[in-house]
Design a protein around this ligand. Structure first.
Ligand SMILES: C[S@@+](CC[C@H](N)C(=O)[O-])C[C@H]1O[C@@H](n2cnc3c(N)ncnc32)[C@H](O)[C@@H]1O
Length: 188
């Protein structure tokens, strides 16, 4: 049971996940409509569940940890949908069965460039940006051996030699991508 008053204890570091959602989608007084974030809920009873927050559609979610966690808690009462079929539970929030491997396959089919965030990787500027980009990061724990195998062949992006918290990484990636978009925009 996820306790909204104890996100760091009762629900397996749900605080880490909701901070990632916050960093991925929220700006001051707005939402990044060009971004979405997929959480992989691998713990607890039952099959793996993925939760997709789609910034282009999201409504009714405030940028605070309790609000985001409340939406996650609500969907935990519904059975996990079949692998690969996302079922909307509220506007801009949907869930599906499947694990990281399934997400990697879907991203590949959708033409999303796949990159692993890793302190030992290369700088983002060395990677050609050719359309939508997806970044994979772990939560408070390292990737499992199985997940490491899934992402083994993918290019790695470093945001510095020191290990950072996941939500900080997401903010930095947005900053770097925003900068490169600014450079590509036609001058007034
Ligand atoms: C809190 S860190 C995980 C720390 C965990 N103890 C470990 O050893 O993997 C969460 C994720 O943020 C990303 N990350 C953290 N620091 C990074 C950095 N300097 N460059 C790129 N990605 C980083 C990685 O994807 C990492 O798996």
């Amino acid at each position: 049971m996820l306790n909204l008053n104890d996100l760091a204890g009762s629900g397996g570091r749900t605080d880490v996940l909701v901070r990632a959602v916050n960093a991925a989608l929220f700006v001051s007084h707005g939402i990044r409509t060009d971004s979405h974030v997929t959480l992989h809920l691998m713990g607890g009873p039952g099959p793996p569940r993925r939760v997709l927050f789609d910034g282009s559609a999201l409504r009714g979610v405030r940028p605070d940890e309790r609000s985001i966690a409340g939406h996650i808690k609500a969907l935990l009462n519904s059975p996990v949908p079949p692998v690969g079929r996302f079922v909307e539970v509220s506007t801009g929030i949907s869930h599906s069965g499947g694990d990281l491997q399934q997400t990697l396959v879907e991203w590949q089919n959708e033409g999303v460039g796949r990159f692993v965030l890793d302190a030992a990787g290369g700088h983002l500027s060395t990677i050609p940006s050719t359309g939508p980009m997806g970044f994979i990061l772990s939560d408070d724990c390292p990737f499992t051996e199985e997940e490491s195998d899934m992402i083994g062949g993918l290019p790695r992006v470093s945001l510095g030699k020191g290990w950072l918290q996941g939500h900080a990484c997401i903010t930095i990636v947005h900053y770097l991508l925003d900068q490169s978009l600014d450079r590509c925009s036609p001058q007034e």
